[in-house]
Design a protein around this ligand. Structure first.
Ligand SMILES: Nc1ncnc2c1ncn2[C@@H]1O[C@H](COP(=O)(O)OP(=O)(O)OP(=O)(O)O)[C@@H](O)[C@H]1O
Length: 743
């Protein structure tokens, strides 16, 4: 196009624009659809060739001389606007499950079967216990039943039901009709009398036969059956003999009318405007169906209305649906437009609905590298968490179940005997004691100086451990450690010392706001959050005040698992759940005060889910802790605090293996543990003074060294006791140094 052409086009367009009434100048109201089709007509023309380019410029025609109508077209002609083709739509289609989730998962199937079995066992027991009462009631009603039976038989024989019709014929003095009816009645009465007399004979004969021939039990059964039958016949509608064993919750069926009524009550303008014009204001995209213990409706909100607009008004929605708040769960659909709403309405309030029994409550162990159920979603389905390779934060306002949730996760960790637990209850109320006292390697409660110092020493030791682990992982051959991270198999090899370490801190703001050591805590925790997951160190932090000071951004931004119970505002919400979570409709602000333990969980490779964590109270937690301790004792893996070891301020400043070599000269190939312990106590009393041969053996175990039987001659006799071979210590040190050098 040359300059002249360009200028000509611009001047034409200018004229066009000036000629058009502007929208602000009181232009007339236009039917957009009609205007659009008229424009399309004028572009392509009624007999335009199908080959014409869609922009309206005829083939070979100079664009400069094009009809200006064609130049302003913005909508593509109808065929092109139809969207993706059949194949494209097929590819993008979301297939619904052939086999429902609850049928595919054996644990859910088991849970459902157990529920049904328990229901019927309960009903059977309930009625069995009351059967004598039922029998007595029926017996009392039997005379009434007998009278009813005789009365109804007499009425039947006498054709009483025809009496009103015959009486009507009499009133009308209709002789022929009366005659017909009477004849019919006489025939009926004859036949029915015959049937009755025959039945009486058969009945009496059977009764006589039973009386004369049948054994006593059959007589008793027959009489009872007759009495019960008569009693049943004598029942009154207002006094049922058998009462319900269970009261089924009656939840109203969710219908489209109810959903539309509720959406219309939210005060969202586009929905209200649509409904005022007689439209629905919501486009259902699937039928309303049962989904678990509730109903599920799905559809598109009007243009411009987002799911978050609805979530924000969840309380109004519950009012519109006439359901408790805990039953109403509006959700956005991931990968869909922001106006696609899924509304799940439970039969029961999520916080009070009966939950399936947690499989780990009374038995079982855990492999921390595998997913473990820790809560249920609104539909009562188990939600899993894999504690390895994560760093997690838990946030909530006080008293919503944050500590219980942290304790639950720590109990899960405790059930993997390999895991080394470091538990810190900075609130100091002893909530984590069931874990700490039973199995923790390091444990402290309270925010006093001693606990802070203890935690600081431990954090420093953990950083050293983190560094050691990174070096060990780097030194491992690729075929053993292909992903440069700890695996379950590597964690099993005690000599490598790559077992899981799970650190849980409740009220972590105490550490990060400490006037003296906050910087160091923050620095180490940030390091643990960033590098810990790959090296098998898991840091779980809980706080009731999730702001930048309580939860430094270096930590909150890098946490890969997030649990957010009720919070009060967008800031806290996004601190815990991640930037812009609130905008995306993931709002823990919508939880009610009674929603204890209910939270958003982000992690496990999926979008935010609403989960109600398993409720494990103090005594149950102690029982699980005791079970975990037993498993550790059996495997010889109990260590540190749980063994009653004193806090090790010296953890970082002494080297047990080097100390052993220092007190065992080369000429002594094998030495009793008690001898070494005595010598160690002399060498470094602040560390070894209280050590026993058992403590010594337990301390060697994580370093891959076991004690052996060592025989020594005492007064001419050979005495066998536990001890060590010096060569084992030198080999272990050589291995360690070799790895260090290799790294
Ligand atoms: N999963 C749950 N299901 C039902 N109730 C729960 C659940 N978790 C906790 N609760 C209840 O909530 C109460 C408060 O729990 P918790 O002590 O964990 O709260 P918190 O957020 O840690 O409070 P604080 O900030 O004061 O420490 C508990 O006493 C318990 O009764």
């Amino acid at each position: 196009m040359n300059h002249e052409d360009e200028n000509e086009l611009f001047s034409r367009l200018e004229k066009e624009i000036n000629a058009d009434p502007s929208p602000g100048s009181g232009g007339e109201v236009v039917d957009l659809d009609r205007a659009r089709s008229a424009r399309a007509q004028s572009v392509t023309g009624p007999d335009a060739s199908p080959d014409s380019p869609p922009d309206g410029s005829g083939g070979g025609e100079d664009a400069g001389s094009a009809d200006p109508d064609k130049a302003v077209m913005v909508d593509r002609p109808a065929p092109a606007a139809a969207g993706p083709g059949y194949l494209g739509r097929l590819r993008a289609a979301r297939r619904r499950d052939v086999v429902p989730v609850w049928l595919r998962s054996t644990s859910e199937l088991k849970t459902a079967t157990a529920w049904v079995a328990r229901h019927y066992t309960h009903a059977a027991g309930y009625h069995a216990l009351r059967s004598p009462v039922y029998a007595a009631r029926l017996t009392l009603q039997a005379p009434v039943g007998a009278a009813k039976f005789v009365g109804s038989t007499v009425r039947w024989v006498a054709d009483a039901e025809g009496a009103p019709v015959r009486a009507a014929a009499v009133r009308r003095e209709d002789a022929s009709e009366y005659l017909t009816l009477s004849r019919q009645r006489d025939g009926r009465v004859r036949l029915r009398s015959l049937v009755t007399v025959l039945s009486m004979f058969v009945g009496l004969a059977s009764a006589l036969a039973i009386y004369v021939l049948a054994p006593g039990w059959l007589q008793a059964v027959s009489v009872s059956a007759l009495v019960m039958a008569l009693g049943f016949n004598g029942r009154r509608a207002d006094a049922p003999v058998v009462q319900r064993a269970v009261d089924m919750p009656k939840a109203t069926k969710l219908t489209s009318d109810i959903v539309l009524r509720a959406l219309g009550a939210l005060g969202i303008a586009p929905i209200n405007q649509a409904q005022a014009k007689g439209r629905d204001g919501f486009e259902f995209t699937a039928p309303i169906t049962r989904d678990g213990p509730g109903w599920r409706a799905e559809g598109n909100l009007p243009f411009g209305v987002t799911v978050t607009d609805v979530i924000e008004r969840r309380d109004k929605l519950a009012s519109g649906l006439r359901r408790p708040l805990g039953c109403v769960w509006p959700e956005a659909v991931p990968d869909e437009h922001t106006g696609r709403l899924v509304l799940w309405v439970g039969d029961q309030d999520m916080s009070s609905a009966k939950k399936p029994k947690w499989p780990l409550l009374t038995s079982g162990s855990v492999d921390l590298f595998k997913p473990v159920a820790y809560g249920t979603d609104q539909r009562g389905r188990w939600v899993n968490v894999t504690l390895m390779y994560i760093a997690g934060i838990i946030g909530a306002i006080p008293r919503m179940g944050k500590t219980f949730l942290l304790r639950l996760l720590l109990l899960i960790a405790a059930l993997d005997a390999r895991a080394e637990l470091h538990t810190y209850d900075m609130k100091g109320t002893g909530d984590l004691d069931p874990v700490g006292n039973a199995v923790s390697h390091r444990h402290a409660a309270g925010d006093d100086d001693e606990s802070i110092q203890y935690a600081l020493n431990d954090f420093r030791a953990l950083r050293e451990e983190l560094r050691r682990r990174t070096k060990v992982i780097r030194s491992l051959p690729r075929d053993i450690c292909p992903e440069s991270k700890v695996t379950s198999q590597l964690a099993d090899k005690r000599s490598l010392g790559l077992h899981p370490i799970v650190v849980g801190v409740d009220e972590c703001q105490v550490l990060f706001e400490h006037p003296e050591h906050s910087k160091e805590f923050e620095e180490i925790a940030t390091d643990l959050v960033k590098r810990g997951p790959a090296t098998g160190i898991v840091l779980l932090l809980a706080t009731q005040r999730p702001d930048a000071k309580a939860l430094p951004t270096g930590i909150s931004a890098n946490a890969s698992a997030r649990w957010c119970l009720k919070v009060m505002g967008q800031l806290e919400n996004d601190m815990v759940l991640g930037t812009s979570a609130y905008k995306r409709g993931v709002r823990a602000t919508m939880f009610a005060w009674g929603d204890k333990g209910i939270h958003y969980f982000v992690g496990e490779g999926s979008d935010a889910r609403i989960v109600g964590s398993v409720y494990v109270d103090g005594p149950a937690a102690e029982a699980i802790g005791a079970r975990a301790r037993k498993a550790r004792e059996k495997a010889g893996l109990l260590s540190g605090y749980a063994l009653g070891e004193a806090p090790e301020t010296a953890v970082t400043s002494y080297d047990l293996l080097a100390d052993i070599l220092a007190v065992v000269p080369v000429k002594e190939a094998k030495v009793w543990s008690e001898t070494i312990v005595a010598r160690l106590a002399e060498l470094r009393p602040e560390v070894y003074e209280k050590w026993t041969p058992e403590t010594f053996a337990a301390a060697l175990k994580p370093r891959g060294i076991s004690t052996i039987q060592v025989g020594r001659r005492v007064d001419g006799k050979v005495v066998n006791r536990r001890g060590i071979a010096r060569a084992d210590i030198t080999t272990s040190i050589a291995e360690r140094n070799g790895k260090r050098d290799a790294s």
